[in-house]
Design a binder for this molecule. Structure first.
Ligand code: NAG
Ligand code: NAG
Ligand code: NAG
Ligand code: NAG
Ligand code: NAG
Length: 444
C-alpha cells in the first residue's frame, strides 16, 4: 500500500506546475487545468465552457494571491478531478469540503500558509491515496481528523509549525507506519525546534506521569548527546516551598535539575541510596535543616554533581578532605561546578577553620558565595568572613571550646586555693592545740 504511495509521490513531486506566464490555461490533452500568479477566484472560469470543465481531471494552481481558498466551489466547477495541487502563494485558510462521490486521489496543499483545516476536509475523500500538507503553518491536528488521516496510504505533513507546547496526543495517534517513515516531522518552536515530535511527546508524557505530586516538572530542553546522537531531556523539577521533610521518593527519569529549597529536609541520605538521584546534577537545598554533608562522602552523586546549593542550613563543620577529594575527581570541574555555602552557622574553631580556609582558597572559582561564608559567632556582632581571618587571629579567638577550658582551669585553680587554705588552717591548728587533723588520725 505504502510502496504505491511512495512511487506516486515521486511522480507528483516532479510536477512543474508554476508557469512563469501568469494566467490560467488548458493543457493540450484537455484534462489538465493550470493557473499561476493570478488574482484567482474559484467561481470565475469564464474562458472555459462546461464541457471543458467537466473533462478536467488534474488541477494545478500555483502562486496565487488569495487569503482563503474554497475547495467546495472548485469541486463544483470541476466535478471529475482526481489530482489537486495547490502550492506556493499566500493562502492561509482552506474552507469548504469536497462533494460526496468525488474521485480525488491526490491532494496537495503545500508551501502555502495554511494555519487551520476544515474539520471534515477528509471525510468525503474516500479514494485519497496521497495527501501532502507539507510546508504550511499548521500547529496541531485535530484528534478527530487523525482517524481520517490514518487511512490514507501516504501522507506528507513535514515542515509545518507543529507546536510542541500544546497537547500532543494527536501525534501519538498518528499511524506509526506512516510517521516512522517521515523524516522531518518535527517541533517548530524552541526549545524543541527541530526535534522529532513523537519522541518529544513520549518524553513529555513520562515527565508528567512520574512527577512527584506536590511538585512542578518541566522539560526545559532536549539536546542531542554528541556521542550517540540520542535525545537527552533536560528535566527540571520544582519542589520549592512545599513542606517536604524528606527527598521525594520518585522523580522523572533523568531529572537534571531539582529545586528543594525552603523545605524541612534534614538528611541527604537519599542522594546515596536512591538511584533516581544519580542523574540529578543541579540541586538546590537552600533554607532547609541540613547539619552535615558527611553522608555524601564517597558516593557516586558527590563525585558527579554540577551544582549544590546549601545556603541557610545548619552547617557548622564540613569534612574538608572529603569535599576536596570529591572535587578533584568530579568530571564537571572546573568550569561547571558551583557550590553555595553561605549563611550557615559555621563554627570558627582553630582546627576546622584552618583546613576550611585552605579549601575555600583552593576552590574559590567554584564557591560562588564565598563572601557570605562567615563565622556564626565570635563576640558582639562580629561575624567575620572565614577567608578574612588570619591564622593567628583564628586560634586566639575565644571560641566555645576555649571558654570550656577556661572554666576547667578556673575550677582547678579554686580547688588548689581551697586545699592550700585547708593545709594552712590545719598547720595553724596543730601548732596551737597539738591535735592532728581528723583525717590524719584515721590513716594507719
Ligand atoms: C495524478 O494522480 C495519479 C495517481 O492517482 C498519478 O498517477 C498521476 O501521475 C497524477 N497526475 C499528475 C499530473 O500529477
Ligand atoms: C515532503 O515534502 C517536502 C517538501 O515540503 C519534501 O522535501 C519531502 O521530501 C517530502 N517527504 C516525503 C516523504 O515525500
Ligand atoms: C516507530 O518507531 C518507534 C521508535 O522510534 C518504535 O518504537 C516503533 O515500534 C515504530 N513503529 C513501527 C510501526 O515501526
Ligand atoms: C524509568 O527508568 C526505570 C529503570 O530504568 C524504568 O523501569 C521505568 O519504566 C522508567 N520510567 C519511565 C516513566 O520511563
Ligand atoms: C518554583 O515553584 C515556586 C512555587 O510554585 C515558584 O514560586 C518559583 O518561582 C518556582 N521556581 C522556578 C525556578 O520556577
Amino acid at each position: 500500500m505504502y510502496g504505491h504511495g511512495a512511487i506516486l509521490l515521486l511522480t507528483v513531486r516532479a510536477c512543474k506546475c508554476c508557469n512563469i506566464v501568469p494566467g490560467c490555461r488548458y493543457s493540450s490533452n484537455g484534462d489538465t487545468y493550470s493557473c499561476s500568479g493570478t488574482l484567482w477566484k474559484e467561481n470565475e472560469f469564464d474562458n472555459f465552457n462546461v464541457d471543458d470543465r467537466t473533462s478536467v481531471k488534474v488541477i494545478e494552481i500555483c502562486n496565487i494571491k488569495k487569503d482563503s481558498l474554497n475547495l467546495h466551489k472548485i469541486n463544483i466547477k470541476f466535478p471529475h478531478l482526481t489530482n489537486i495541487t495547490i502550492w506556493q502563494g499566500n493562502v492561509n485558510a482552506i474552507t469548504g469540503t469536497f462533494l460526496s462521490g468525488n474521485q480525488i486521489k491526490v491532494l496537495q496543499l503545500r508551501d502555502l500558509s495554511i494555519t487551520h483545516l476544515p474539520l471534515k476536509l477528509l471525510n468525503s475523500l474516500i479514494n485519497l491515496e496521497h495527501l501532502d500538507l507539507s510546508g504550511n503553518r499548521l500547529q496541531s491536528l485535530d484528534a478527530k481528523m487523525i482517524q481520517e488521516i490514518n487511512r490514507i496510504p501516504s501522507i506528507n505533513i513535514t515542515n509545518n509549525e507543529w507546536n510542541c507546547f500544546l497537547d500532543l496526543d494527536w501525534a501519538l495517534k498518528l499511524n506509526p507506519n506512516i510517521v516512522n517513515k517521515t523524516n522531518d516531522f518535527n517541533c517548530y518552536q524552541n526549545p524543541y525546534g527541530g526535534k522529532p515530535i513523537v519522541a518529544i511527546t513520549h518524553i513529555k508524557k513520562d515527565v508528567q506521569t512520574s512527577c512527584p505530586s506536590k511538585c512542578e516538572c518541566t522539560l526545559t530542553d532536549v539536546v542531542r548527546d554528541p556521542s550517540n546522537l540520542e535525545l537527552e531531556p533536560i528535566i527540571e523539577v520544582n519542589c520549592s516551598s512545599r513542606d517536604f521533610t524528606h527527598f521525594p521518593s520518585v522523580l522523572p527519569n533523568k531529572t537534571k535539575i531539582l529545586l528543594l529549597d525552603s523545605n524541612k529536609i534534614q538528611s541527604l541520605e537519599p542522594l546515596i541510596s536512591n538511584p533516581i538521584y544519580e542523574k540529578v546534577q543541579d540541586l538546590n537545598l537552600d533554607n532547609n535543616f541540613i547539619s552535615g554533608i558527611e553522608d555524601l562522602e564517597g558516593s557516586y552523586w558527590f563525585l558527579h554533581f554540577r551544582s549544590l546549593s546549601l545556603r541557610n542550613n545548619q552547617l557548622m563543620h564540613l569534612p574538608t578532605y572529603a569535599l576536596d577529594n570529591a572535587l578533584q575527581v568530579n568530571p564537571n570541574m572546573p568550569d561547571a561546578v558551583r557550590l553555595f555555602l553561605g549563611e550557615n552557622p559555621w563554627k570558627c574553631d582553630c582546627v576546622f577553620v584552618v583546613s576550611f580556609q585552605d579549601l575555600l582558597r583552593k576552590y574559590k572559582a567554584q564557591i560562588f558565595d564565598i563572601d557570605e561564608i562567615k563565622c556564626s559567632y565570635i563576640k558582639n556582632d562580629y561575624y567575620p568572613t572565614i577567608l578574612s581571618l588570619s591564622r593567628g587571629e583564628v586560634c586566639r579567638l575565644p571560641s566555645d571550646s576555649i571558654r570550656t577550658l577556661d572554666l576547667v582551669n578556673g575550677v582547678l585553680a579554686s580547688l588548689i586555693v581551697l586545699i592550700l587554705g585547708k593545709l594552712a588552717y590545719d598547720y595553724y591548728h596543730f601548732k596551737k592545740t597539738g591535735r592532728l587533723p581528723w583525717i590524719v588520725t584515721k590513716i594507719p
